[in-house]
Design a binder for this molecule. Structure first.
Ligand code: HEC
Length: 144
């Protein structure tokens, strides 16, 4: 082995390394692309779930909550709320509907959004849908 590190050796490491990581990147991209459709629960995407996502966005729920770990840390994670509420959309609807308009003094409280019954059912369906996405157990704890 030669004692000096030549320019051509440096070039080979540069090109070889680049090629290796480009191939690795492509392989992982194909793998993700093939795996995601099996995990994203798209079979459960209904019109109602789509409306629920709209309600979710228009009311900026993510401004306080996280969903699957993304969002604000003011209020509980909601990606798992359907399961935490005993697999019940009715319990979610009841909770959102029952927020006192004046808030709860002395603690973080959730606003009363005055959603229609259709919107309530839809946002609950959206949270049920989110809870059934295979996230490989992410986030790792129930607080998000
Ligand atoms: C201003 C901040 C804020 C916004 C915006 C907000 N929430 Fe909340 N939410 C909270 C807080 C705070 C709690 C915890 C309240 C409590 O325990 O009394 C909560 C609790 C909840 C819970 C019960 C969670 C649990 O684990 O107990 C659900 C379901 C929920 N929110 C849904 C929603 C939905 C749907 C929206 C959008 C329409 C929304 N929230 C918007 C602050 C907010």
């Amino acid at each position: 082995m030669s004692e000096v590190f030549t320019k051509s050796m440096a070039r080979n490491i540069y090109y070889g390394g680049s090629l290796f990581f480009i191939l690795l990147f492509l392989a992982l991209t194909f793998d993700t692309d093939g795996t995601l459709p099996k995990r994203d629960n798209r079979a459960a995407l209904t019109e109602q779930v789509a409306l629920g996502k709209k309600v979710w966005e228009e009311n900026d729920c993510i401004g306080c909550h996280t969903l699957l770990g993304e969002g604000a840390y003011f209020a509980p994670e909601l990606g798992n709320v359907y399961k935490r509420f005993g697999n019940s959309t009715a319990a979610i609807v009841g909770f959102i509907k029952g927020r006192p308009p004046e808030g709860i003094p002395g603690r973080r409280s959730m606003p009363q959004f005055n959603l229609s019954d259709e919107e309530l059912e839809a946002v609950a369906a959206f949270l049920k849908y989110a809870s059934e996405i295979d996230t490989a157990n992410w986030p790792p704890n129930i607080q998000g």
